[in-house]
Design a binder for this molecule. Structure first.
Ligand SMILES: Nc1nc2c(ncn2[C@@H]2O[C@H](COP(=O)(O)OP(=O)(O)OP(=O)(O)O)[C@@H](O)[C@H]2O)c(=O)[nH]1
Length: 391
């Protein structure tokens, strides 16, 4: 605004200047409005994407689906350069159960398991059940300090947020977010949004892990920890279909502990249970990770061997027989027991897998059972893979 020597503007100049001021103010307001609108639209779009993400993770049917969705979708919708997940797994129960349910951990390189809370790096003070929940840690990325939450940090990572995953005040892990933008996660940033997101992820993780645990319990034999009959019945059908598609042989072993009634009579039912556990362990030691061992009931075990012809399955069976018979089972320093097993082995070659999988499975199990019977008849402590011929 320009002034005369008297300090007053001529009236017409006064009006023009005021109009100019108003126009500038108007323009600034419009620009501000446009900016706010753009922000509102961006926030709306982020909210919409996050709502879709929430629905996706709430609907995840199993553990791999859930963590897969988090790793795949969250970096995109939240415009992040790295997302990792740390889960507290003190006794490796989660890893054990997931491995049993065929989860392939190599598929999730950003899934980290920690043995204890300290490994998460939060300020926990002296925590008890009533302690306030720890706050997310936001700040600059430090390759040394953040080596555990970001084992595969992308080049140029600048700022990170470590967000505790809480269920009923219990810390079950942390959601770790990383950005190449140094201003993305600063200690002064509000954390309501990421805490809310972490709380939904924590609920979904807890649900899915509990469901997987239940599934595992339903598919395993509580005495020996190997699979149960229900699991093997289902797996047989899947493997018959796969063997048919991929044209490879699969083999089935029926294993029975010899004179187990005598074992029970000698060492009692508790001792018998211990023998069952030991035999299961010895069988397992001779198998590949892809083979499935189950207790069929009583003193009977079965093994499903993938991509194994009759000769190689009979070879593994012989190793199992020798491993059980080779060393006495120690029940106590004073009580050792010699135990043997008899084994029937039947193979399903690619051409034989055609037709109804259930009918094939039944006939195949029956065949292995007949061969087991021959092994028993011909003296026990032996493997029979071909009728009339003891190995
Ligand atoms: N300790 C224990 N014993 C079991 C369990 N389930 C079944 N048994 C026992 O396993 C024994 C099986 O005996 P039989 O079927 O007669 O066979 P066997 O004595 O092993 O004789 P062969 O198979 O002919 O060599 C019975 O005594 C059952 O009570 C279990 O979970 N724990």
């Amino acid at each position: 605004m320009t002034y005369t020597a008297t300090g007053k503007l001529p009236p017409q100049t006064d009006h023009a200047a005021q109009a100019l001021d108003l126009a500038a103010e108007n323009q600034a307001l419009r620009a501000r409005m446009a900016y706010l609108l753009e922000q509102a639209e961006r926030n709306h779009s982020i909210m919409t994407r996050h709502q879709a993400f929430d629905l996706d993770i709430v609907g995840a049917g199993n553990f791999p689906e859930l963590v897969g969705t988090i790793f795949r979708v969250l970096p995109i919708i939240s415009e992040l350069d790295s997302v990792t997940l740390t889960l507290i797994d003190e006794d490796a129960d989660i890893r054990h159960v997931m491995a049993k349910l065929d989860v392939v951990f190599e598929d999730f390189p950003d899934l980290i398991f920690a043995e204890d809370l300290d490994a998460l790096g939060f300020d926990l003070g002296r925590r008890n059940a009533y302690s306030a929940a720890p706050k997310p840690l936001l700040g600059m990325y430090d390759p040394l300090r953040h080596a555990r939450p970001f084992p595969n940090a992308p080049a140029g990572l600048q700022s990170v947020a470590l967000v505790p995953l809480l269920r009923n005040r219990r810390i079950i892990g942390s959601l770790n977010l990383g950005s190449c933008d140094p201003t993305r996660f600063t200690p002064s940033l509000g954390t309501d949004f990421i805490e809310h997101m972490a709380s939904i992820i924590a609920i979904c993780l807890e649900n899915v892990i509990s469901n997987e645990m239940l599934k595992y319990i339903g598919l395993t034999d509580s005495l020996t920890g190997v699979y149960n009959r229900r699991y093997i019945d289902r797996r047989l059908l899947e493997e018959i279909a796969r063997a048919r598609r991929q044209s490879y042989p699969i083999s089935f072993m029926y294993i029975d502990i010899d004179h187990f009634k005598r074992v029970n009579d000698t060492v009692g039912h508790g001792g018998g249970d211990e023998v069952l556990r030991e035999v299961a362990g010895r069988i397992k030691n001779e198998l590949r990770a892809s083979d499935a061992l189950a207790r069929f009931g009583g003193e009977e075990f079965v093994v499903l061997l993938i991509d194994a012809n009759l000769d190689s399955a009979a070879f593994v069976a012989e190793r199992i027989r020798a491993s059980v018979a080779g060393n006495m089972i120690t029940l106590s320093p004073e009580l050792q027991l010699s135990v043997t097993v008899s084994i029937g082995v039947a193979c399903l070659n690619p051409g034989e897998a055609e037709g109804d999988a259930e009918v094939i499975a039944r006939a195949w199990i029956a065949r292995a059972d007949e061969l087991l019977y021959e092994a028993k008849e011909s003296g026990r402590n032996r493997v029979v893979s071909v009728s009339g011929k003891a190995a």
